[in-house]
Design a protein around this ligand. Structure first.
Ligand SMILES: [Zn+2]
Ligand SMILES: [Zn+2]
Length: 83
């Protein structure tokens, strides 16, 4: 069975490495959930649609959104110029 795993980028098939560790820290006596990514993490999960994509394919990995969600949901005019 050639079932796709979720461990590879849907665009470039690169294997995801790294992880996000959720840990609970006590800051001034208040339990706070902190998400920390490992230094070798090469992927992001889109905050909007939940898609996991590697940082190389993502146009703006720092934003936390996938390429689809970075762009406004409008149909792009793709050069249909008829002379
Ligand atoms: Zn990729
Ligand atoms: Zn998205």
């Amino acid at each position: 069975m050639a079932q796709e795993t979720s461990d590879t980028c849907p665009q470039c098939r690169k294997l995801f490495v790294g992880a996000v560790e959720v840990r609970t820290m006590k800051i001034e006596g208040i339990a706070t959930v902190v998400c920390e990514e490992t230094p070798d993490r090469n992927w992001i999960q889109c905050d909007s649609c939940g898609l996991v994509i590697c940082k190389s394919c993502c146009l703006d990995a720092g934003s936390g959104f996938c390429n689809t969600c970075l762009k406004p949901p409008q149909t792009a005019v793709s050069g249909t110029a008829t002379a």
